[in-house]
Design a protein around this ligand. Structure first.
Ligand SMILES: [Ca+2]
Ligand SMILES: [Ca+2]
Ligand SMILES: [Ca+2]
Ligand SMILES: [Ca+2]
Length: 227
């Protein structure tokens, strides 16, 4: 399930095979997005763009639909499995089993080209994207860390690397949050940081101002991330 700009999308099993539906909150109107007879799962939405996992070709692919034009199109139909698409205005990112370990691939809607986002050793998964920045879970160091990359250019970077697992990232603008197990497997905490090198513009304490109090919250997080 996912929500963006007053539209909710979900995986629906009313027909028994997995379809994608959407509800527009302003009209409370339900719209079938894809009801093809094979399985469609795990949708993501940004504006008019919805992407999902699609089994119509006998393995898991990524398909998408532009709700403005009504056109459905294949994003990746490689014969190995692609899972968990996540969309932004210009990009779609997913994790991909075409190589020996899980990797993160993407698609640029502007150029119509596929992008290798990360194909390092170890498993990469769970990509989340906001604008052109992708963050993902990464097992290259033996336990789970978070890495990220700006698809508009620039190197891959470490987002969170601590003892044990850093998992389930979410990103909105410059702000990244995740679940962190560095203080113990049975002690899940919620951590936050900004994209490295970018200063905060978010109202982090919710007082409707962006000021030094928000910076202090971030500084505290950066110090915690440093050990
Ligand atoms: Ca279906
Ligand atoms: Ca496939
Ligand atoms: Ca890999
Ligand atoms: Ca870790």
């Amino acid at each position: 399930m996912a929500v963006h700009s007053g539209r909710i999308v979900w995986e629906d099993h009313r027909a028994g095979n997995g379809d994608i539906y959407m509800l527009g909150l302003s009209t409370m109107t339900e719209t079938p997005v894809c009801v093809e007879s094979h399985g469609q799962y795990a949708p993501s939405i940004y504006g008019n763009l919805i992407a999902w996992q699609d089994m119509r070709n006998g393995n898991s692919d990524i398909y998408a639909r532009d709700m403005a034009s009504g056109v459905t199109f294949p994003v990746c139909t490689n014969t190995n499995d692609q899972f968990n698409p996540n969309v932004s205005e210009r990009y779609i990112a997913w994790f991909d089993l075409r190589n020996a370990t899980k990797d993160v691939y993407g698609y640029d809607l502007k150029t119509g080209k596929e992008i290798v986002i990360c194909n390092q050793a170890g498993d990469q998964g769970a990509p989340e994207i906001s604008g052109s920045f992708v963050v993902w879970t990464d097992w290259r160091n033996g336990d789970c860390d978070l890495y990220g990359k700006d698809l508009a250019g620039g190197p891959e970077m470490v987002i969170a690397q601590g003892l044990a697992d850093q998992i389930n990232p979410e990103i909105d603008g410059k702000v990244i949050v995740w679940q962190d197990h560095r203080l113990g497997d049975l002690n899940t905490d919620i951590w936050m940081t900004c994209i490295p090198g970018q200063s905060p513009t978010a109202d982090l304490n919710g007082d409707c101002r962006v000021d030094f109090e928000d910076l202090a919250i971030l500084a505290e997080q950066w110090m915690m991330t440093a050990y």
